[in-house]
Structures are given as C-alpha cells and as structure tokens.
Design a protein around this ligand. Structure first.
Ligand code: SF4
Length: 454
C-alpha cells in the first residue's frame, strides 16, 4: 500500500533563527546606520525625494541584500533608496526649498500631492476601465481586465515589505484614499467569482499580499475549495517577499500555516503559482532566500519570476542572464521581463524599447532553453500586454514587430502588428504604426471600450 506523506513530513525544516521584522521609513532615515557615512547632500536628497515617493526599507534588505561597497551603484540600493534624479528638476527644487525653509508638514504634504498628481498615478486606465460590478455596485479592490483573470487587492495587503522606488504601485502606498484600490470583503470577491464562471485564474496582488497574516489569506482562499469555485483553477499570488522578507515563508510565527495553506490548495487540485518579483540576481543569494523557495516548491506550488527592466538596476544582459540561470537552478520558472511603466519616477528608470529588446535578446543568447521561458520585453499598457518580438526591416522600413500577449479583446492576442522603429520610444503610446498606416488595428475598438461601449 502506498503511504501518504503529509505536511510537515515532506518539508524538512532547516534550522533558521526567527528574526524580528524591523522597518524604516522617511521619518527614520537618521536611524539607518548604513547610510550615515554617505555625504550630507545625499541624505538631504533622500529626504526630499522621500517626501514625494513613498520610502520603506527593512533591516534584512539593508544588511544582507545591499553591497555597501558598491553604493551608490549597488542595484538593490538603487531599487529601494530614493535618488535625486527620480524627481524632475523643477519638482525637486520646489520640494528642496520647502525643506531648506523648514516648512511645516502641511505645506510639504500639499506640494507632494501636487507633484504626485503629475506623475500619472494610475497608468493603463486602472481606475476607470477595470472596475467590475456585483449587483449594480462597483467592487472596490477587484479588477477584471482580461476575460479569464480576476485581480484581487486584499485591503490588508496594500503595503509592502520594502518599497522599490520604481514601483508602479506607489500611489497605493502614499495614504491617499482616493488613489487606493483595496477590498476588505471576501464575501464580495467570492460572490463575483461565483457569478463569473469564465474566470479560471485569480491573481491576489497588492502592494504585497504576503504582508498579510496567514489567517487573512486563509479567509480569502480556502472557500475556493468549495465545488462552486471549481472553475477557478489557478491561484496566483504576486509577491516580493521572497526577496525582501523570505522569513515570511520560513520562521515567521505563521509561516508553517502559510506553507500548509499552499499544500492544502495544491492537494485539492488547484494550481498555485507564486508570482515572485525579481529584479536582480543579488536578491537570491542568501541561505534564507533559498530556503523560502525550497519550502514553497515542496508544497507543489510553482514559482514564476517576473520583473521590469530598469535603468540603474538591471539594464544589462549579463545581469538578466545570471538572474534567469539562478532562477532555473533554484527551480523557479522565468516568466516575464517587463518594461518600466509610464508612471512615478519613470524618467529615472526608463529604458528605450529598442535598448530593452537588445538586452533581452543578448541575455537570451547566454542561457539554456529552460531559461528561455521568460517573455518580453512586455508593456502592460491600456489595451493589453504588448510584447516586442523583434526589430526587423520589411520592404526597406525598419520596424518593431509587436504582439499582444494579453488583450482587452481576446481576439487581439498573438496577432502580430508593426510600429515604426524608434531609438527613443519607451512606451506603446510613443509608437507610430509602420507602413504608412494611420492607426494600429486595435485603436478604434479600444477607444470605444474607453467610452464604455466595448
Ligand atoms: S509591490 Fe513590488 S514593486 Fe512595488 S514596492 Fe513592493 S516589491 Fe517593489
């Protein structure tokens, strides 16, 4: 007879000490020992930028992921610490002046709000186009952009273990209620999913849902084991915790319960995918990060890796190749290379699409087939996820070959289309149709959708 091996036997736990989660925000910059030797001007710049773009970093990131000998060029330092160039010069100067004058909190916050409004806080029509309804009521914290996938933003997961300064979710972290997308209501989510049997995938996202206590996650996910949710086959959880706080999966008080939840969902036939954000191989070099990965994989859940290509952090082929190789070695599936979004500090982080494609291609050439599962470079734009497939010359015209990996209309998916080549364009709206066409094939339909007629 086969013996059934159940949790926790199948997950031998290595010895790791529990660690206290210690976090610093813009109000505690002077408490971060590691930065106290940086030039005073740099510390002032951090303070100025952090009063506009949210800043939060934890001790593990500071002490174990950043190589301080390389600062300011260390990629993780660039990822989480505010840098002067993240604000436009005029915005920086305005805010710096307030700080120099010792302005009060109210004035600083008022200017910060004004600057943020200028930074396209909700790209890709997030607040207007993706809001679903249940019984005639708009569902906060739920988005339904693509037919088969529902995104859920649990209210308790609207923050993150550290803030990446490139993050397109920054608007959710600045405490402005109008900008947040969050839900507290498990019941409404379940009601919506029950009605929408076309939905096969639930993506739990944030912020970072892994900042939630396991008991909250259980409340959202366990009911999906009931037969009325059989159509929801896949549960994806987007997280950066594998990088910023791997203790979440190993030694935190409810880490075992969390691992048990994954195992339970998998054992009941759900496909559980942890969508891990990775930007740089340096993020997966600690023993605790490896252990977290090992424990998750031992439940039968898979880990897929995704992250944007960003200047100052990972804008070269060698780092991407090294990241993908390391992921494959640890059993992670490379999934997406994204293009930096048109929001927040994009001036500082953006990389032209042509350069992004060349980096992608060069990196692909350096890895084996198992790492070539990474798609990209891909833009999560209003009409859908658009991938740059190549740069080609067709009938004497240099063009980008593009395709939808995901589209608001499923019929757009996989359809190749062409844009005039550009050295400088960084986002879909900067591209022009090739071959003298006036519009891209999807534009009229997308405009109709925006007006609510789609
Ligand atoms: S949500 Fe992801 S990208 Fe945004 S700050 Fe957190 S880890 Fe960084």
């Amino acid at each position: 007879m086969n013996s059934i091996v159940t949790f926790p036997n199948r997950i031998p736990v290595q010895e790791f000490e529990e660690r206290r989660f210690k976090v610093f925000t813009d109000r505690q910059l002077d408490k971060i020992e590691a930065i106290q030797d940086l030039p005073e001007e740099t510390l002032f710049e951090m303070k100025v930028v952090a009063s506009v773009l949210p800043f939060r970093v934890n001790e593990y990131v500071i002490n174990e992921l950043i190589n301080w000998d390389k600062v300011p060029n260390d990629p993780i330092y660039q990822l989480v610490f505010p840098q002067k160039g993240m604000l436009k010069d005029e915005h920086y100067e305005q805010m710096a002046q307030l700080h120099r004058d010792g302005a009060d909190k109210k004035d600083i916050q008022a200017l910060a709000k004004q600057i943020r409004d200028d930074l396209n806080p909700h790209p890709a029509g997030q607040m207007e186009m993706n809001m679903p309804e249940l019984d005639g009521e708009v569902l906060d914290g739920v988005q339904h952009k693509y037919r088969e996938t529902v995104l859920f933003f649990p209210a308790q997961g609207q923050t993150c273990h550290s803030y990446c300064t490139f993050c397109f979710r920054w608007a959710q972290f600045v405490g402005d209620k109008d900008l947040k997308m969050a839900s507290t209501e498990a019941e409404k989510l379940h009601g919506y999913l029950q009605e929408h049997t076309e939905v096969t995938d639930l993506l739990v996202t944030g912020g970072d849902p892994m900042v939630m206590k396991t008991k909250n996650l259980v409340q959202y996910l366990e009911p999906l084991l009931q037969p009325e949710f059989d159509h929801v086959q896949t549960i994806r959880i987007g997280t950066k915790a594998l990088t910023f706080w791997p203790y979440r999966f190993v030694t935190d008080k409810d880490a075992d319960e969390l691992i048990e939840l994954f195992a339970k969902l998998v054992d009941a036939g759900k496909h559980v995918a942890i969508m891990a954000h990775y930007n740089h191989w340096q993020e997966i070099t600690t023993d605790i990060a490896e252990e977290a990965i090992r424990r998750i994989r031992a439940t039968g859940a898979e880990i897929r890796a995704q992250g944007p290509l960003i200047k100052h952090v990972n804008d070269n082929a060698d780092d991407w190749a090294k990241l993908w190789k390391r992921e494959v070695k640890l059993g992670i599936i490379p999934y997406y290379m994204f293009v930096e979004r048109d929001t927040g500090a994009k001036n500082y982080f953006e990389v032209p699409l042509a350069e992004a494609y060349n980096i992608y291609r060069e990196a692909m050439k350096k890895v084996s087939g198992l790492a070539r599962t990474a798609r990209g470079p891909s833009m999560s734009a209003g009409p859908g996820k658009v991938e740059i497939q190549g740069i080609a010359e067709i009938q004497g015209e240099k063009v980008f070959v593009l395709r939808f990996l995901q589209g608001r209309n499923p019929d757009w998916v996989q359809r190749p289309f062409f844009a005039k080549y550009s050295e400088t364009a960084t986002w879909l709206h900067e591209l022009e149709p090739a071959f003298g066409e006036e519009k891209f094939f999807f534009e009229d339909e997308f405009e109709q959708m925006k007006k609510g007629n789609g």
